[in-house]
Design a protein around this ligand. Structure first.
Ligand code: 4AD
Length: 483
């Protein structure tokens, strides 16, 4: 019959109630033989539990001693009475205390963790402040003025964090990041379902590459060479051939790129969509517009606690976006860059630096961090991309950017087997490896188009984080296969 409470729900309205809570022991502060504090943390919330030895409350000095001997990050259950503190509490999120009646250690953590969680949760600004403080300390030799934890603050490097990810994930910012990620994924599904898309699952073990190029993980499949899917591309198109007018998929995507950058992973979560086009491929852009404006609105309106939590450790400016997403042609984009002193080969692709610069120029001119760039040169797009009807040097394709970095690429697709065979051959793809895909278009296939989104990139760029590894639960990059 015991009712468990969530730490985050404990507020003044609960004063006087007996509650049962479980959390990580974030801090343990002995005061005397008869008194101690234990701060319990659950997700992004913390509460101070007070132990005072008293016969009336059934709390013995042994219990106080037991509590002070807990190791940090142990899993602890507490039964106690909610009370209002005399003064506002600075070190916990909850503004109530728990007067402990019973305390249980459910699982004891090792005495010293490989990561200091307090440091792992500090913002860069805090470290800078701590460094200034320690300079002053050295200069004045008045160490006594400053707290011990400040003097000992050490930055926790990215690799150390990832090596001990199950600890690192406990920081408030990380708790918030993956809640935001879940919301983006959920909204993606919800919005597309409301627009009559059907969720599908395509195979990840496939016979040939889906995006072309060498970036495939090869393996043997019952004695036959195979690879891990670089995207659901060919299968989502075949589902359209199969009579589903609109489909989407959320699933893992594998890229064997040796790209050691802040935005490339070897495995990421792909949010893909594909749809019949009635008249123009801008119908696909309209879906992206409605979808992303609804995602951004949802995050801004309903995830304020998470965004504030991320902001405390990694400060960022809110994303600027328009109610109707801006669309610029690729040519307009390179013209803007040219006028700002950056020359781009007109039929080439934009490099990362040029994309970032364009992002800044668009923000200045149009007041948005989110825009679509369309009509790319055909030569820089995959073989399945539809050439423009009026000029085949260009294509009915687009990329979508947040803060000057690509989060989506999409296009109208070629839907005739003849043109598809020609384009695949021109792009150096062995058509035998994709023969069943090409054949699908000879049995009747509607004009169609779609797009692919990288989930980790959306979260990284919405929150202006500096590395995609921060938005991947257990990242896989060229160097990392564990944990
Ligand atoms: O641009 P990409 O490779 O396009 C496709 O996969 C097409 N089949 C999509 C389509 O429907 N036309 O990948 C789509 C998105 C990128 O915009 C980016 O957000 C993300 O996937 N992405 C990566 N994310 C993390 N690490 C990588 N190595 C990524 N490569 C692409």
């Amino acid at each position: 019959d015991r009712v468990w409470s969530q730490v985050g729900d404990l507020d003044a309205a609960a004063a006087g109630r007996t509650v049962l809570i479980r959390g990580f022991a974030q801090a343990i502060r002995p005061v005397s033989k008869k008194m101690a504090f234990v701060v319990l943390r659950q997700s992004m919330s913390t509460v101070q539990c007070v132990l005072v030895a008293s016969v009336d409350a059934g709390v013995s000095t042994q219990m106080v001693k037991f509590a002070t001997a807990l190791s940090k990050e142990s899993i602890v259950d507490v039964e106690g009475v909610v009370s209002l503190p005399k003064e506002p509490l600075k070190s916990t999120t909850q503004q109530v205390e728990i007067q402990v009646r019973k305390i249980y250690c459910i699982n004891r953590a090792v005495p010293t963790l490989p990561i200091n969680l307090e440091d792992a949760a500090r913002s860069e600004a805090e470290f800078e402040k701590a460094e200034q403080v320690s300079h002053i300390q050295v200069a004045c030799s008045v160490c006594i003025l400053f707290s011990r934890s400040w003097r000992e603050a050490v930055r926790v490097g990215q690799d150390t964090r990832l090596n001990y990810r199950s600890i690192d994930l406990r920081t408030p910012a990380n708790q918030a990041i993956f809640r935001i990620q879940c919301q983006v994924e959920n909204k993606f599904r919800e919005y597309l379902l409301s627009k009559d898309f059907v969720g599908i699952h395509s195979p990840k073990l496939i016979g040939g590459s889906s995006e072309g190029g060498a970036a495939v993980f090869k393996l043997m499949y019952n004695g036959q060479p195979a690879c891990l899917a670089q995207s659901p591309q060919l299968y989502k198109q075949m589902a359209i051939c199969g009579g589903y007018e609109r489909v989407f998929e959320v699933g893992p995507v594998f890229r064997a790129e040796n790209s050691n950058t802040h935005r490339h992973l070897c495995e990421f979560v792909g949010l893909d969509a594909e749809m019949e086009i009635k008249e123009h491929y801008f119908e696909v852009c309209d879906i992206i517009d409605g979808l992303f404006v609804s995602i951004f609105k949802h995050l801004t309106e309903n995830c304020t606690k998470e965004l504030e939590t991320i902001n405390r450790q990694y400060p960022f400016e809110p994303l600027k976006y328009l109610d109707k997403t801006l669309k610029l042609t690729y040519e307009e984009g390179i013209q803007m860059l040219k006028e700002a002193g950056t020359e781009i080969e007109p039929m080439g692709d934009l490099n990362t630096e040029a994309e970032k610069k364009l992002g800044r120029l668009v923000r200045e001119k149009y007041g948005t961090d989110f825009f679509i760039l369309y009509r790319y040169p055909l030569a820089v797009r995959p073989f399945y991309t539809m050439p423009c009807y009026d000029n085949t040097a260009y294509s009915n394709s687009f990329d979508v950017f947040i803060r000057g970095e690509e989060i989506i690429s999409g296009a109208q697709r070629v839907h005739t087997p003849e043109l598809l065979t020609k384009r695949a051959t021109e792009c150096g793809i062995d058509v035998n490896t994709i023969s069943s895909y090409i054949e699908s278009f000879s049995y009747g296939a509607p004009p169609h188009g779609g797009f692919g989104v990288g989930l980790e990139r959306v979260v990284m760029l919405f929150c202006a984080l500096n590395n995609i590894r921060k938005t991947s639960l257990f990242p896989r990059d060229p160097q990392r296969l564990t944990p």
